[in-house]
Design a protein around this ligand. Structure first.
Ligand SMILES: [Zn+2]
Length: 274
């Protein structure tokens, strides 16, 4: 048996169940965030998760799109020549032409974007001149999908069991506008005591991947929450709780969200590749 195969056997023995569907036996090792999200594909150590082949492969396109957009929007201090920008732009043009950002928004569309996102604007600049681009909603599906995977993966890492599909979850992705992304949501960040930054021996990964997290809940009711920053340009939040005690909280079960993603996936794949 080759070394690689032996390693997979040992991994499967230690992590027998897919951490995403929480049902099928482990067949592969899934890197999350995936390697393409990092400069030079140098991924952080310790973020390997058990996945069945189906769960591993069905998010391939979503993860590619997320990686491309992270490279294009990154503000983590890596110079453009190290960010594989050209390579990512070509990949976007060739593989997902529908998802090229719209650089020709009208002044009216830009004004609506400022209002919708409640962003302050410079008095000296007209809406027409402001640097706003249009992003296809299908890009957000990719981020939501990856965030659902991230919730499952980080839950597995810190709770040491697959996220039960009966747990109620909340998920959100937002682009950051502040220099230090965590400043954007400091009250939430302050409530989460544990900090982790993705690192790699002999390679400086900088602040490409960091998150704060906590175990939540009371008595024997399990809960988990995190706020993650990717490439200092995108915030991903997630929370999972066993039981909803506050009736004002609108939460859906993990199983329902997976079912929704699985249902939309073929339609989405069709839309992004045509
Ligand atoms: Zn699975």
């Amino acid at each position: 048996m080759g070394q690689r195969k032996r390693r997979l056997q040992a991994f499967k023995a230690e992590h027998p169940i897919c951490c995403y569907c929480a049902k099928a036996p482990t067949e592969t090792i899934d890197h999350l965030p995936n390697r393409d999200c990092f400069v030079g594909r140098a991924f952080p150590e310790g973020f390997e998760f058990p996945a069945c082949s189906t769960c591993n492969s069905k998010s391939r396109q979503a993860e590619q799109i997320v990686a491309i957009y992270l490279a294009l929007l990154a503000r983590d201090g890596f110079p453009p020549e190290e960010r594989n920008l050209t390579e990512k732009a070509i990949a976007l043009k060739n593989n997902f032409p529908q998802l090229i950002p719209d650089l020709n928004l009208s002044a009216n569309q830009k004004r609506r974007a400022f209002e919708y996102h409640d962003i302050g604007y410079l008095e000296s600049q007209t809406f027409a001149e402001s640097p706003v681009i249009g992003i296809n909603p299908d890009v957000w599906f990719a981020f939501d999908f990856v965030n659902l995977k991230l919730l499952s993966a980080l839950y597995y890492l810190h709770m040491e069991a697959p996220l039960p599909h009966s747990h109620f979850v909340a998920l959100r992705c937002v682009p950051t506008t502040k220099k230090n992304s965590f400043d954007e949501i400091s009250p939430m960040v302050n409530a989460l005591p544990n900090f982790k930054r993705g690192q790699r021996r002999n390679t400086n990964l900088g602040t490409q991947f960091e998150y704060k997290w906590a175990r939540t809940g009371s008595n024997d009711k399990q809960g988990f929450a995190y706020v993650c920053v990717l490439r200092q340009c995108m915030l991903l939040y997630g929370a999972a709780i066993e039981e909803v005690t506050n009736p004002d909280m609108e939460m859906t079960s993990a199983g329902e969200i997976w079912a929704e993603i699985n249902q939309k996936l073929p339609v989405w794949l069709d839309a992004i590749s045509s």
